[in-house]
Design a binder for this molecule. Structure first.
Ligand code: PEP
Ligand code: CO
Length: 493
């Protein structure tokens, strides 16, 4: 939760020049011993997708600078998010996680953060009002800088250079200077993350996100598009419902009416950054990666014997793991056992990203294996990363395939009687033309008009909102099937 929490009074900061310091502090409990082992072993394990820094001294300096900086998030907030994610695992809430594929230094702006935050608020209202469940809002924000790449180099016009790995590592320009990994980018990323979080905390708790302002969260396109008009219709009904409740005596100044909870997340990829921000929580003695509330392990770095999994075993944040069709059921069960040995609800989110055509064939055996093993996870659908294609020289995704993957995800859970716990999107509040199709019918010829992403193509605000209406309709359908439906489905399209 972004409301202020008790800070980590007396938290132990990593000492200069060392990455891990929890040896003696963690001798007290089994859980802590396990964390210590995780940290210590992780340094000797193979870490995939790390940059090859040429200046070790500069790297040590950068790590030392951020090691001494305040934590960006607090342990208590991470525990609150874990409790919310546990509700998503049982169907008592639904996760909407989204944001840029890669945050960038050059596109950093308060308006962009506001617009992305605002479209997530709108999506949450649609899903809550239409689907009848609380929505947990988590941004891919304030730390989503490092990118895994399928090749170490890229070739353009016959010239080969190191791949762009995200602004926290190197520059996107196709020049040999820009592509040299610069350790000082870690410091710039930390500062940008801090400023982003500061603004988000202001929006979340300073009045902007209060439900009473539901009619005011307008985006430019709203009155012009079907999705926008449908949102305004929902907003009007929510507003009427609020006015009715206030007339009944509901205090319009309560936190429920004036604030919202908003959490941030990113891929746990660049271990130098993550370790430098890992701190001991003085209340529990557990270690939290204070760079974000939730961290996830990517599809390319989730090896059971790899450094990323070992690092994630050692932190107490709620964590996620991306899973494609390449995952085998036995392997998944072992990975879950390693990441969540106590089987704590909300601790582990499994983010499925298979591609629209592969979900029906591959997801059921994974869900069944996990269910048979008694493991509790929050199942989430990332319909973006399995549906990327190249059209007219642009990396793009078709809205219809993205939606088809979400549909298959809900269908599989419905057939198995298990719980679809959330959705994970690459999206923006801007009016970009990066993904094809949807109600706004972005065409192949539109791609070059507003293609701004630094990495993968994102849903624009209208497409994201359209997706939230679809999700709301599936949540309502699920409630109806379970005999819990309490209201008409008229708003749902
Ligand atoms: C991402 O979420 O940006 C990403 C790279 O995902 P994946 O690890 O699933 O490919
Ligand atoms: Co991506």
């Amino acid at each position: 939760m972004l409301a202020a929490e008790t800070p980590l009074a007396g938290c132990t900061l990593p000492q200069s020049g060392t990455r891990l310091v929890c040896k003696s502090a963690c001798r007290r409990s089994r859980n802590r011993r396990q964390q210590t082992r995780g940290f210590l072993r992780q340094q000797s394990l193979k870490a995939q997708q790390q940059p090859n820094y040429q200046d070790e001294k500069k790297l040590r300096e950068a790590v030392e600078i951020i090691s001494r900086m305040p934590p960006l998030v607090f342990a208590g907030e991470c525990r609150n998010l874990q409790a919310r994610l546990a509700k998503c695992a049982t169907g008592e809430a639904f996760l909407v996680q989204g944001g840029d594929c890669a945050e960038s230094f050059s596109q950093f702006s308060a308006n962009r953060i506001r617009d992305s935050f605002r479209v997530q608020l709108q999506m949450a209202v649609v899903a809550m009002f239409g689907g009848g469940v609380p929505v947990v809002k988590v941004g891919r924000m304030a730390g989503q800088f490092a990118k895994p790449r399928s090749a170490d180099t890229e070739v353009f016009d016959g010239r080969e250079l190191p791949s762009y790995r995200g602004d926290i590592i190197n520059g996107q320009d196709f020049t040999s200077d820009a592509r040299v990994p610069d350790p000082m980018r870690l410091v710039q990323a930390y500062n940008q993350a801090a400023a982003t979080l500061n603004l988000l905390r202001g929006f979340a708790t300073g009045g902007y996100a209060g439900l009473q302002r539901v009619m005011e969260w307008n985006l430019d396109f709203m009155a012009k598009s079907d999705e926008g008009r449908a949102y305004l219709d929902v907003a009007k009904r929510v507003d009427e419902a609020i006015q009715f409740m206030v007339a009944c005596g509901l205090d319009s100044h309560t936190a429920i009416m004036t604030e919202t909870e908003y959490y941030v997340s990113h891929e746990c990829l660049l271990l130098d950054y993550e370790q430098a921000l890992t701190r001991e929580d003085s209340t529990t003695g557990l270690w939290y990666d204070c760079s974000g509330h939730m961290l996830w392990c990517g599809e390319r770095t989730r090896q059971l014997d790899g450094a990323h999994v070992e690092f994630m075993r050692g932190i107490a944040n709620p964590i996620g793991v991306k899973v494609s069709d390449k995952m085998d059921p036995g392997q998944l069960v072992s990975l879950i056992a390693a990441l969540n040995p106590e089987n704590t609800p909300g601790r582990l989110t499994v983010i499925i990203r298979m591609g629209a055509d592969k979900v029906r064939a591959n997801l059921p055996r994974l869900v069944e294996a996990v269910r048979n093993s008694g493991q509790v996870v929050t199942w989430v659908c990332d319909p973006m990363h399995g549906n990327t294609e190249c059209v007219a020289g642009y990396k793009t995704r078709r809205y219809e395939r993205i939606r088809a993957e979400v549909e298959a995800f809900f269908d599989v859970h419905e057939e198995l009687g298990t719980v679809p716990g959330g959705i994970h999107l690459e999206m923006t509040g801007d009016d970009v033309t990066e993904c094809l199709g949807g109600g706004s019918s972005i065409l192949e010829t539109d791609l070059n008009s507003r293609y701004h992403t630094h990495c993968d193509p994102r849903l624009n605000a209208e497409q994201a909102l359209e997706m939230s209406f679809y999700v709301a309709s599936r949540l309502a359908q699920r409630k109806e099937k379970l005999g819990q439906n309490t209201k008409p489905l008229a708003i749902l399209r």
